[in-house]
Design a protein around this ligand. Structure first.
Ligand code: MTE
Ligand code: MO
Length: 258
C-alpha cells in the first residue's frame, strides 16, 4: 500500500536524524528502547515548550472565503469498509449515533439532528498533513467544550478519546481501528469542533461523514474522521498500543502542535 510506504518513509526519515547516537539500521532505531525513550522525552519537551509559549486559548489563524482551496484532498480512509457503515450511509446517517461515555456523569447518544442544535462554530482554517500538503477549508460543527460540560466530566477525566468507524489496518482484534485523543485544554478550546459541514455542505464521506473532529492547532492526523464514540479517560493504558492514537501507536507524536 503506497500510503504506508510513505508513512514508513517519514518515520525512517526522522530516525535518520538520530545518527548522532551512533545507531544504524532504521528499523532497529525506532524499536530500540533507549532511542524510544529519548524520542518520548523530546516529545514531552516539545509539548511542554509549546504549551508554555502558546496561550491556552490562542486561536489558530482563520482565513477568508476567498482563501478556501478549490480542491481539498481526502487522506487516509476515504470510505470506511464495513457493512455497518454502508448501511448508515444508505439512510443518510439517520441511524448513526455519537456515543459519549467513560468518565462522564451522564453518558449520552446523540443523533446528527441533536448535534446540529448545539452551540456551533464556523471557521476557515488551514489543514496541515505530515505528508507535506495543506488545504484551506471552512468547517462548521458543534463546539466540543460546551457539549462535554453538558454531560458533566468526572474529576478524573483528562483525555477525550475519539473512536472512528474505519480500520486503517485490518486486524481481528480491532487494533487497526482509527482513533485519536486530545487533552482537556484542546477539548475546551473554542475552535475544537465536531464538524458536520465542510465548505457549507454536509460533510462528504471522503472527509469523514457524518462527523469529524477539527482540532485546529494540531496536525491533520489528529482530526479524526467518521466519529462513532467519544470516551473520557484518565490515561491510555491498556488502549491498543497505549499511545493515544492510531498513528501515535506507530511512532507519531501524540501532541502534534503546528
Ligand atoms: N478515521 C480517520 N480519520 C482520519 C484519517 C483516517 O485515515 N481515518 N486520516 C487522518 C489524516 S492523516 C489526515 S491528513 C486527515 C485528512 O482529512 P481529509 O480526508 O478530510 O483530507 O484526516 C485524519 N483523520
Ligand atoms: Mo495526514
Amino acid at each position: 500500500m503506497t500510503f504506508s510506504i510513505t508513512r514508513r518513509g517519514l518515520l525512517i526519515g526522522s530516525a535518520a536524524g538520530l545518527g548522532a547516537f551512533g545507531l544504524t539500521g532504521c528499523d532497529d532505531v525506532v524499536q530500540n528502547p533507549n532511542v524510544q525513550s529519548v524520542l518520548d522525552m523530546a516529545e514531552t519537551l516539545t509539548m511542554k515548550s509549546q504549551r508554555l509559549l502558546v496561550p491556552k486559548d490562542k486561536l489558530a489563524r482563520e482565513y477568508s472565503e476567498a482563501d478556501i482551496s478549490p480542491t481539498f484532498r481526502p487522506n487516509g480512509t476515504s470510505q470506511p469498509d464495513s457493512e455497518a457503515y454502508a448501511q448508515m450511509m444508505a439512510t443518510g446517517f439517520a441511524d448513526w449515533r455519537l456515543k459519549i461515555d467513560g468518565l462522564v456523569e451522564r453518558p449520552v447518544e446523540l443523533s446528527l439532528a441533536d448535534l446540529k442544535k448545539l452551540p456551533s462554530r464556523t471557521q476557515i482554517t488551514r489543514h496541515d498533513c505530515v505528508e507535506g500538503w495543506s488545504a484551506i477549508g471552512k468547517w462548521t460543527g458543534a463546539q466540543l467544550g460546551p457539549l462535554l460540560q453538558s454531560v458533566g466530566l468526572k474529576p478524573q477525566a483528562r483525555y477525550a478519546v475519539f473512536y472512528c468507524a474505519d480500520q486503517l489496518e485490518l486486524t481481528l482484534d480491532g487494533s487497526g481501528t482509527y482513533y485519536e485523543s486530545i487533552d482537556l485544554i484542546d477539548a475546551f478550546h473554542p475552535q475544537t469542533i465536531l464538524a458536520y459541514q465542510m465548505n457549507g455542505k454536509d460533510l462528504e464521506v471522503a472527509h469523514g461523514a457524518p462527523l469529524r473532529l477539527r482540532v485546529e492547532r494540531q496536525l491533520g492526523y489528529k482530526h479524526a474522521k467518521y466519529l462513532m464514540r467519544i470516551e473520557m479517560k484518565d490515561s491510555f493504558a491498556g488502549l491498543w498500543g497505549g499511545k493515544g492514537g492510531f498513528w501515535e501507536d506507530r511512532g507519531y507524536e501524540w501532541y502534534a502542535g503546528i
